[in-house]
Design a binder for this molecule. Structure first.
Ligand SMILES: NC(=O)c1ccc[n+]([C@@H]2O[C@H](COP(=O)([O-])OP(=O)(O)OC[C@H]3O[C@@H](n4cnc5c(N)ncnc54)[C@H](OP(=O)(O)O)[C@@H]3O)[C@@H](O)[C@H]2O)c1
Length: 335
């Protein structure tokens, strides 16, 4: 029986989750794909911090060891930053591997180039995990965009900021107290700038814009405001009239181009995000034929993110490459 050989780039929160799901679902893969699925190699930055999870798996800090493996079918990328991840993905595609990534920063910068390159080399690109973790937003858009045209897409795209705003309202905490709690619970990093100033949500917005509208707005023209200036008094004041503050990304297609805004926004009880609380994410799609669709769920974390990656893996292994490249999402193009 043949085997699908996988390399994992990155063995942190997401990489470990992916390994665990692959390792513990071997029978299910056999049923679904008629093939064994094996992680054959893992790339890390600091090899001294790690031991291979199983005998026979190559653990390395040299990408060349991986790209030169005699048998390699899929490369799953769960590292950080734009480089060297973009170069690694490029080399993997040139080697005719399917690629799957969770790296939103890299994909916001280079997603379209990656999709074009994959087209040239006859491989597929999975990027569900880059936006809203476990919520299948990319697949949903892929199903929707054949006949529908999306007019607007809104999202709570960062669980950490949503958690902080929720705790400030529910428990009357200051921003600093709610942030400390998020850090204690592992929802926020020691340096929370990426989350609380909106950079993380910004990258996700750019990927959504690319998928929905085939283009991204000029990054410098995007209005991005984080949540650091919000006070408990403001939250309390709105709460007394049943209003809540949510950190909402909004991307709209206008006659002038794409308008993208990320800012704290006051919502009424009728808004689909009013009851989206804690670390949850939500996305609301407004399309011309179907109307409004809202999805909510876990936007980050080991298993929700790994779940999105492994679903992409199954999709890649089952999909005819030509069919993938004629799907709506894979046809998006940068202008
Ligand atoms: N965590 C989440 O909930 C989540 C959700 C959605 C998307 N993502 C995205 O998924 C990616 C991974 O996130 P994570 O939380 O798993 O991060 P993490 O825990 O910090 O793990 C990152 C991994 O990448 C490795 N790495 C970093 N730079 C490298 C390099 N230059 N060469 C080789 N390996 C390198 C690290 O190696 P060492 O272990 O040796 O340092 C580590 O194993 C990020 O792009 C993140 O934005 C994360």
């Amino acid at each position: 029986m043949s085997t699908i050989n996988i390399a994992l780039l990155g063995y942190g929160t997401v990489g470990k989750g992916v390994y665990e799901i692959i390792n513990s679902n071997q029978e299910r893969f056999l049923t679904l794909l008629g093939q064994n699925v094996k992680v054959v190699a893992i790339l890390v930055k600091d090899i001294d911090k790690h031991i291979p999870p199983k005998e026979g798996i190559l653990l390395t800090d040299h990408f060349e060891d991986i790209i030169q493996l005699p048998k390699l079918d899929v490369v799953i990328e769960a590292t950080v930053g734009v480089e060297p991840s973009f170069s690694h993905i490029t080399r993997a595609i040139q080697r005719r591997c399917h690629v799957i990534t969770a790296n939103k920063e890299m994909f916001a910068h280079h997603g379209q180039e990656i999709i074009e390159l994959a087209k040239t080399y006859g491989t597929t690109v999975g990027f569900e995990a880059t936006v809203a973790g476990g919520i299948p937003i990319i697949q949903t858009l892929n199903k929707l965009l054949n006949i529908n045209q999306v007019q607007k897409i809104e999202g709570i795209l960062n669980g950490t900021t949503n958690f902080i705003l929720t705790k400030m309202r529910e428990e009357g905490l200051s921003f600093e107290e709610a942030l400390s709690l998020a850090q204690e619970l592992g929802y926020a990093e020691a340096d929370p700038t990426n989350d609380v100033e909106g950079y993380d949500a910004f990258y996700k917005m750019m990927i959504l814009s690319q998928v929905c509208f085939g283009q991204q707005p000029d990054w410098k023209a995007v209005f991005r405001k984080g949540i650091t200036g919000i006070t408990p008094d403001q939250i309390k004041h709105h709460d007394t009239t049943n209003l809540r503050i949510k950190h909402i990304a909004s991307i709209t297609k206008t006659e002038q181009g794409i308008e993208a805004i990320l800012k704290p926004t006051i919502v009424q009880p009728s808004h689909p995000f009013y009851n989206v609380e804690g670390v949850e994410n939500a996305v609301s799609i407004h399309a011309n034929i179907v109307g409004n669709i809202s999805l909510s769920g876990p936007g980050a974390g080991m298993y929700p993110t790994a779940s999105a990656i492994v679903e992409d893996l199954i999709h890649a292994c089952r999909t005819d490459v030509n069919e993938w490249h004629t799907s709506a999402v894979s046809q998006t193009s940068i202008v």
